[in-house]
Design a binder for this molecule. Structure first.
Ligand code: PMV
Length: 321
């Protein structure tokens, strides 16, 4: 029996991943760029060799589907694995569009491979995490991360790598928490429906490389106005493709729009603040650290709960746990 504990932070994409060229391997149709967050984290302990398979999430036995997903993932590390026990907890809402699957599968990949006594290169670990949840392959690193969509059929080159370190740029992501509940349609189901039925989807795929090139340049140049323009474009375009799916997928709530209005208002008043949204109603607003109190106050006035998050570090193993 061997045990390992890992911690990983969620990441939020500024150039989005939406759509899969291979569903089984979680290979994306487009490359993406993300920012890893601090404060929010998943901590996961894997016991390799337990009396029976068991998955506990936030102190309670996992729901059947969720537990199976975790156990199937462990079998990717070793198809002949022994029974394993997994205990995981998030210090933020799970499956609510706050990227809990990104930190979840990054922490699980790290803890499981360590508990199994296997050595993975960073790229192989990223490819493994990707199998659990696409966005998880970006959460192995802190700071600014690019996930290259890759071209190989086996996904060996569809992995993430750091673009800039945590201390590259002192920004904040102000998260407007609109609803903490579980989302109505999961990201995989929503992506598949979008790519199969949305007439806007081909345009999304065709225009993604240009977005990535612009965003990459803007991050390296610390050009918030340029990054803001492309991140809003990518998020709105992603939601546009899903609004045009049959049946349509709409994650936005009235307060989502109220927050977008508040961001426009901040900008009219001279504060550089730019939004993105994922598979949920929450809005995440990027700004310079010095502007975060002002941005948080403006968002709190329209949505109630706000979290101010900085740039997070790499996923890591915890010693002695
Ligand atoms: O990898 P998943 O299934 O967590 O999907 C992530 C989808 C978005 O969060 C909407 C976009 C992204 O790039 O993270």
């Amino acid at each position: 029996m061997k045990r390992a504990t890992a911690v990983a932070h969620p990441n939020i994409a500024l150039v989005k991943y939406w759509g899969k060229r291979d569903v089984a391997l979680n290979l994306p149709s487009t490359s993406s760029l993300s920012l890893t967050l601090d404060t929010f984290r998943t901590r996961t302990t894997v016991t390799w060799g337990a009396s029976q398979d068991a998955v506990v999430v936030n102190g309670k036995p996992a729901a059947a589907k969720e537990g199976e997903r975790v156990l199937r993932f462990l079998s990717l590390v070793d198809p002949d694995r022994p029974p394993c026990a997994v205990e995981t907890d998030n210090n933020f809402p799970t499956a609510a569009g706050l990227a809990s699957s990104s930190s979840g599968f990054a922490a699980l990949a790290l803890a499981a491979t360590a508990a199994a006594g296997k050595r993975y290169t960073p790229a192989a670990l990223s490819a493994l995490a990707r199998r659990g949840s696409g966005s998880a392959c970006r959460s192995l690193w802190g700071g600014w991360v690019v996930w290259d969509k890759g071209v190989a059929a086996d996904g060996g080159d569809s992995v993430s790598a750091p673009l800039a370190k945590r201390d590259h740029w002192d920004v904040r992501l102000v998260v407007a928490l609109i609803a903490g509940g579980r989302k109505a349609v999961g990201s995989t189901e929503a992506m598949i429906r979008t790519q199969e039925t949305s007439p806007l989807y081909p345009g999304w795929v065709e225009s993604a490389d240009e977005d990535l090139a612009r965003a990459r340049r803007a991050v390296l140049d610390r050009d918030l106005a340029a990054l803001g323009q492309v991140m809003e474009h990518s998020a709105l375009k992603m939601h546009g493709t899903m609004l045009a799916a049959r049946l349509p997928i709409r994650y936005w709530k009235p307060s989502t729009l109220a927050v977008l209005d508040a961001v426009d208002e901040l900008r009219r008043g001279g504060t550089a603040a730019f939004y993105t949204m994922d598979a949920g109603p929450n809005v995440k607003v990027l700004c310079l650290a010095a502007d975060a109190p002002k941005v948080a106050e403006a968002l709190r006035a329209v949505c109630g709960e706000v979290a101010v998050l900085g740039v997070g570090g790499d996923a890591r193993l915890e010693k002695g746990r």
